[in-house]
Design a binder for this molecule. Structure first.
Ligand code: ADP
Length: 496
């Protein structure tokens, strides 16, 4: 009996591999960073070959660390940075250009033109997304238009497009399979959210030939249908595939409608399970496919651009702390912010405000204000931005949030987690294993391969490290939210 599921977590700055055992424990981890390229302002590229090489290296390393071999691996689960776009030659398996990363803004004008031509409503209704360079379609369009001969070759079926999941699977299977899963496909602007098939009208709108698209397979597959990875000469089924944020939702066992998670990293990524049909947001959120595991599940998604980044700024910009972990003691040294409000709109504001012209603001300073007040206001701003996204989700979903599952680097901060529970009025739940993205990929793969039997069994594997119960009344919370709104107004529309 194989002992492990191998989770491949291909992120924006590093590739990681984790071996997960039957109890859901991480037995070993290996990680390899790769090069970030910024060839022009607003451009961000990766070398897809380097991504593959780094991911492959972590497989060998994680097995060695655990004293295991490929024989000990029952199945592979893949999770990945989303939207990043690769175009490669089917004959040689070589990328025809650098991968265009999700952060890349080179197609902002193309999106603005499509918006001006009145296409946004149809795009949103079909895909659940917005016309933004963030998503894959205009990136792929750019490659087809700017790489010599690419459009003609793509139309002739000579080139393959994929997000990073497809690219890894293509390489792991030595070119045998060109597939993606619905959670990744739903980030391209090319998927019809309702049918989970490629959308003809979207392909026409973005000028994408169907011949270059991957096939779509479920996020969790049985062994007989799974792509077979060749590792050390052995064939191992790839039975789990999902984009990173959806994988984290799965890894947090948010299986029921209304369950939500927030990842507190550089930015914050919030997702709420909305059940078996897509929900059109009327509160400026994205609607996305969560996974297809014996049926499709959908989610609402909202991102906060500057989450943990505001703590980095306290450290590197202001210099009032030496490390991120110091912020908790400094903020806890005062009972409140003393009327100071901080809006960390360093790069504008994301969901649900969508204001690219907002800029960072500190309001309410008096002669009594100290760095402790500013630190506390910075910490609270992470929770207040997240609260606004969750309030929008509740309004869209028409159901109250019951609890919030949390992960990511800044979720280690107890003061922040308690404030989040207080301001939301719901418990905040921090799991034992905070590698929820990789765990989600392992869960999807293990479910498909029969390593685990059911979602109920998986939910029981997710241990709780700490639960933060709300300790304030709603009046207190509403006052804080109202004051936050007043600070927000002062930050909006500042840059021109
Ligand atoms: P990413 O995956 O985006 O790099 P991580 O999940 O590794 O992010 O989290 C790193 C972020 O968490 C940083 O922005 C850092 O400022 C923040 N952070 C780390 N520790 C703490 C802490 N104790 N309190 C608040 N923020 C923290």
């Amino acid at each position: 009996m194989s002992r492990y599921v191998l989770a491949l977590d291909q992120g924006t700055t590093s590739s990681r591999a984790l071996l997960i055992d039957h109890a859901g424990r991480t037995v070993a981890i290996a990680q390899a960073e790769f090069t970030q390229r910024f060839p022009s302002p607003g451009w961000v590229e990766h070398d897809a070959d380097e991504i593959w090489a780094s991911q492959l290296a972590t497989i060998g390393e994680v097995l060695a660390r655990a004293g295991a071999t490929a024989r000990d691996v029952l199945a592979i689960g893949i999770t990945n940075q989303r939207e990043t776009t690769v175009l490669w030659d089917r004959a040689t398996g070589k990328p025809v250009a650098p991968a265009i990363v999700w952060q890349d803004r080179r197609t902002a004008d193309a999106c603005a033109r499509l918006k001006a031509d009145g296409h946004e409503a149809l795009v949103a209704a079909t895909t659940g997304l917005r016309l933004d360079p963030y998503f894959s379609a205009t990136k792929l369009g750019w490659l087809l238009d700017n790489v010599a001969g690419a459009r003609r070759r793509a139309e002739a079926g000579e080139l393959a497009f994929g997000t990073i999941d497809s690219w890894l699977i293509y390489n792991l299977t030595r070119g045998a399979r060109h597939v993606t899963d619905p959670s990744n496909a739903s980030r391209t602007l090319l998927l019809d959210l309702r049918t989970a098939c490629w959308s003809e009208p979207m392909l026409r709108l973005f000028g994408i030939p169907a011949a270059c698209l991957p096939g779509i397979v479920p996020s969790s597959l049985g062994v007989s249908a799974a792509p077979l990875a060749i590792v050390d000469g052995l064939r191992i089924p790839i039975t789990g595939i999902a984009g990173d944020q959806q994988a984290a939702l799965f890894g947090q066992a948010c299986f029921e409608p209304g369950m939500a998670k927030n990842t507190y990293g550089t930015g914050c990524f919030l997702l709420m399970n909305t059940g078996s049909a897509p929900l059109a947001s009327t509160h400026e959120l994205l609607s996305t496919l969560a996974w297809d595991v014996g049926g499709r599940r959908y989610a609402l998604e909202g991102s906060v651009f500057s989450g943990g980044a505001v703590i980095q700024w306290l450290r590197d910009g202001l210099g009032i702390i030496k490390s991120a972990s110091e912020v908790e003691a400094l903020a806890a040294s005062v009972p409140d912010t003393g009327g100071v409000g901080l809006v960390p709109a360093f790069t504008g504001l994301g969901a649900p405000y969508w204001d690219p012209y907002a800029r960072g603001t500190i309001v309410g300073l008096t002669r009594g204000s100290t760095r402790a007040h500013i630190a506390r206001a910075a910490l609270e701003s992470i929770a207040l931005q997240s609260a606004d996204v969750l309030l929008a989700m509740q309004a869209d979903a028409g159901r109250p949030l019951l609890e919030l599952k949390v992960d990511g680097g800044a979720s280690r901060n107890d003061l922040l987690m308690q404030f989040q529970a207080d301001v939301l009025g719901v418990p905040v739940v921090r799991p034992l294993v905070t590698e929820t993205t990789a765990l989600g990929a392992a869960f999807l793969a293990g479910l498909g391969a029969g390593f685990w039997a059911s979602e109920a069994e998986l939910a029981a594997l997710v241990g709780i490290e700490r639960r933060f119960e709300p300790g304030r009344d709603r009046g207190w919370a509403l006052e804080h939210l109202a004051e936050w709104r007043r600070a927000l107004e002062r930050a909006r529309g500042w840059a021109h």
